[in-house]
Design a protein around this ligand. Structure first.
Ligand code: PRP
Ligand code: URA
Length: 226
C-alpha cells in the first residue's frame, strides 16, 4: 500500500493552509490560474490552460512517490537507475469539470489508471447527486488523485471521497484549482485522512454557492455550455 505523502521536506513548494491542505506556490500555476479567472478567456483557451495546469500539478503532487533502482542497459553500458516503486496511480476526475484537469495529469502520467466519478451539484438544493462511478481494481493499493477544479461547499468532493472509500480506496489526495474556506473546512472535517492541494483559497461563497472571486462555472467554461 502506498502511504499518504510526507511532504514536510517540501516547504518551498507549498504554503500550509491547515493540517491537511496545501496551496501550491509554483509561479506557472499562479500565472495560469489568473489567466483562466479572466472573463475574457474563451472556451478554447480555458480548456487548454486547465490542461497545462493539470500537468504542472501532477509534477507537484508526485514529488513524494517512492523510487527504487533497477537494472537498465543503455547503448553504452549496464547501470542501476531509478524507477517508480508503486502500483500504477489512479486518476479520479469528478465529471464533468474534473476531466479537463485530469487530461493534463495523464499527459505526464500516461500509465495511470483512470476512474470516473459522476457527481453534480443540484442547482436548487446545492446537494451532490451521484450518477456514475467506474474505478480500476486494487484501489486499496493505489495512490488515488481525486481531481476537480472547484471546491465550493465541499459537498461534491466529500461525496466523491466517500464513493472511493466505499470501493476500497485507502490513500486519496485531492487536487483542485480554486477552493473556498467553507469547502476546505467540510472536507477536512469529513475526511481528515485526505490531503488537499489547491492553487488558491478564495474569499467566500456567494448566495448561489459560487466561489468569489473564483472563475465562474468550471464545467460550463470548459465545455462551452451555459
Ligand atoms: C462543479 C465543480 C465541482 C462542484 C463544486 O461541478 O466541478 O464538482 O461544482 O461544488 P461543491 O463544492 O459545492 O459541491 P458541477 O456540479 O457544476 O457539475 P459539472 O462539472 O457537470 O458542471
Ligand atoms: N462550481 C463551479 O464550477 N464554480 C463555483 O464557483 C462553484 C461550484
Amino acid at each position: 500500500m502506498i502511504e499518504q505523502p510526507n511532504i514536510e521536506g517540501y516547504g518551498p513548494y507549498y504554503t500550509k493552509y491547515n493540517e491537511q491542505t496545501y496551496i501550491l506556490k509554483h509561479p506557472l500555476l499562479q500565472h495560469k490560474l489568473t489567466s483562466i479567472r479572466s472573463v475574457e478567456t474563451n472556451t478554447d483557451m480555458f480548456r487548454r490552460i486547465v490542461r497545462e495546469i493539470g500537468t504542472v500539478m501532477a509534477v507537484e503532487l508526485t514529488r513524494h512517490l517512492p523510487i527504487k533502482n533497477k537494472s537498465v542497459e543503455t547503448p553504452l553500458a549496464q547501470m542501476f537507475a531509478p524507477t517508480l516503486d508503486c502500483k500504477k496511480l489512479c486518476l479520479a476526475p469528478i465529471m464533468r469539470a474534473g476531466m479537463g484537469l485530469s487530461e493534463g495529469f495523464s499527459d505526464i502520467i500516461p500509465l495511470a489508471r483512470i476512474g470516473h466519478i459522476g457527481v453534480y451539484r443540484d442547482h436548487e438544493t446545492l446537494q451532490p447527486k451521484e450518477y456514475f462511478c467506474k474505478m480500476p481494481g486494487n484501489l486499496d493499493q493505489r495512490l488515488i488523485i481525486l481531481i476537480d477544479p472547484m471546491l465550493a461547499t465541499g459537498g461534491s468532493a466529500s461525496a466523491a471521497i466517500s464513493m472511493l472509500k466505499n470501493r476500497g480506496a485507502a490513500t486519496i489526495i485531492f487536487a483542485n484549482m480554486v477552493a473556498a474556506p467553507e469547502g476546505i473546512d467540510r472536507v477536512t472535517k469529513e475526511h481528515p485522512d485526505v490531503t488537499i492541494y489547491t492553487i488558491a483559497v478564495d474569499e467566500c461563497l456567494d448566495e448561489n454557492a459560487y466561489i468569489v472571486p473564483g472563475l465562474g462555472d468550471a464545467g460550463d467554461r470548459t465545455y462551452g455550455t451555459r
